[in-house]
Design a protein around this ligand. Structure first.
Ligand code: DOR
Ligand code: ZN
Length: 353
C-alpha cells in the first residue's frame, strides 16, 4: 500500500544554500526570482572581479539589497572567494561583523570565474585553520582540475585527493560539499560523523547526463559539476528525501544569457530559481516522501550553519499545470528557465512580507 500524498503542504520558508545572483542588470532581474520564495540564500562570490574581502562582500550585499522588491525580507548570506592571498584576519573580521557567513573554495580553473581560485591547498591552510577556530564554514566546489582526469570522475577524485587529506589536517573545519553529483559523495558524507554536509541542486535531482547528450546536445542542461549517470541521480534523490540532516538544498541557480549558453564553447549553469520549489515537490511526491521536503529545503541547512529556521511559512498546493515562460528577459539578454521535462503542478503561495 502506498501512502496517500497530500495535495497541499505548509512548511517553513525555504532557504537556498548555494545561489548565483551576478551583478548589475542580471542581478536586478534574478534577485526577485529567488526573493519571491526563499528567506535567505548563500550568495556565490564568483563575480568578475571576485568578492574576496569583507569590504567587497559588504558592498555586494548592498547591491543585492538594492535589487530586491520593496518590502522584501530576503536575506543574502555572503561568502568570500578564497584566494592564495586571502588574509585570515580579514576573513575572521568579516565573519564576526556578520558580513560573511562562509568562505568559498574554487579550485583554480574548475568552473566559471574560478581563475583566481586555489592552486595549492597548503597555501590557504592558515585561513582554513582560522575558520575552524571561529566555526566559519567552508563551501567547496569539489572537483579536481587536472585535465587528465575524466570530467565524470573529477568529483570522486577530489574527495580522495583533496577533501579527505584536508579534513584530516583541519578536522574542526566545517565543510559543505556543494552540488554533489555522485553516489561516491553521498556515501562519503554519510560516513562522516561531524563537520561535513552536502548541498544538492534541483537539476541534479531531475536530470542525468542523457538530458545533455542523448538525441542532440542541449546546452541548457550543461552545468558543473556535470550531471552523471542515472544511478547517481537516484542516489542523490535517496539522500535528499531521506531527511538526513547532512543533506540540504543549494540550487546552484546560475543564470547565463542564451547567447552565452548557445555558442561553440557555452557557459556552464542552469537557471532554476523560479521553478525549484515546484520541481522539488514533484520529486519528493514521486518518491512518496513529501513529508521530508521541509527538512531538505528549510530545516537541515540552517541547522548546519547554526542559524534558526525561518519563521515565515510557504504553502505548496497541487493544481493545474503551471504555465511558465520559457525564459525571462534581463537587461543583459534572455535567460532560459530550467525545464524539468515534466509538467509542474505545485503552486507556491507565500505569506505577504
Ligand atoms: O554550472 C555552474 N555554473 N557551476 C558552477 O560551479 C558555477 C556556475 C556559474 O557561476 O555559472
Ligand atoms: Zn555554483
Amino acid at each position: 500500500m502506498t501512502k496517500p500524498q497530500p495535495d497541499s503542504l505548509t512548511i517553513r520558508q525555504p532557504d537556498d544554500w548555494h545561489l548565483h545572483l551576478r551583478d548589475g542588470a542580471m542581478l536586478a532581474a534574478v534577485a526577485p526570482e529567488t526573493a519571491r520564495h526563499f528567506g535567505r540564500a548563500i550568495i556565490m562570490p564568483n563575480l568578475v572581479p571576485p568578492v574576496v574581502t569583507g569590504a567587497e562582500a559588504a558592498s555586494y550585499r548592498e547591491r543585492i539589497r538594492a535589487a530586491l522588491p520593496p518590502g522584501s525580507a530576503f536575506e543574502p548570506l555572503m561568502t568570500l572567494y578564497l584566494t592564495e592571498g586571502t588574509d585570515p584576519a580579514d576573513v575572521a573580521a568579516a565573519h564576526t561583523a556578520g558580513i560573511a557567513t562562509a568562505v568559498k573554495l574554487y579550485p583554480a580553473g574548475a568552473t566559471t570565474n574560478s581563475a583566481s581560485g586555489v592552486r595549492d591547498i597548503e597555501a590557504v591552510r592558515p585561513v582554513l585553520e582560522r575558520m575552524a577556530e571561529i566555526g566559519m564554514p567552508l563551501c567547496v566546489h569539489g572537483e579536481v582540475t587536472d585535465p587528465s582526469v575524466d570530467i565524470f570522475d573529477r568529483e570522486a577524485v577530489f574527495i580522495d585527493k583533496v577533501l579527505k587529506p584536508l579534513r584530516k589536517k583541519v578536522p574542526d573545519l566545517k565543510v559543505v560539499m556543494e552540488h554533489i553529483t555522485t553516489q561516491t559523495a553521498v556515501d562519503y558524507v554519510r560516513d562522516q560523523k561531524k563537520n561535513l554536509a552536502a548541498t544538492i541542486t534541483t537539476h541534479h535531482l531531475v536530470i542525468n547526463r542523457n538530458a545533455i547528450l542523448a538525441g542532440g546536445i542541449r546546452p541548457h542542461y550543461y552545468c558543473l559539476p556535470v550531471a552523471k549517470r542515472e544511478s547517481h541521480r537516484l542516489a542523490l534523490v535517496e539522500a535528499a528525501v531521506s531527511g538526513d540532516p547532512r543533506f540540504f538544498l543549494g540550487t546552484d541557480s546560475a543564470p547565463h544569457t542564451d547567447p552565452m549558453k548557445l555558442q561553440p564553447c557555452g557557459c556552464a549553469g542552469i537557471f532554476s530559481a523560479p521553478v525549484t520549489l515546484s520541481c522539488l515537490a514533484e520529486v519528493f511526491g514521486a518518491a512518496l516522501r513529501l513529508d521530508k521536503l521541509e527538512a531538505f529545503v528549510s530545516l537541515n541547512g540552517p541547522r548546519f550553519y547554526g542559524l534558526p529556521p525561518n519563521e515565515a511559512r510557504v504553502t505548496l498546493r497541487r493544481g493545474a499545470p503551471l504555465s511558465l515562460p520559457e525564459r525571462i528577459e534581463t537587461g543583459e539578454g534572455p535567460v532560459t528557465l530550467f525545464d524539468p521535462g515534466f509538467p509542474l503542478h505545485w503552486h507556491v503561495e507565500t505569506e505577504a512580507p
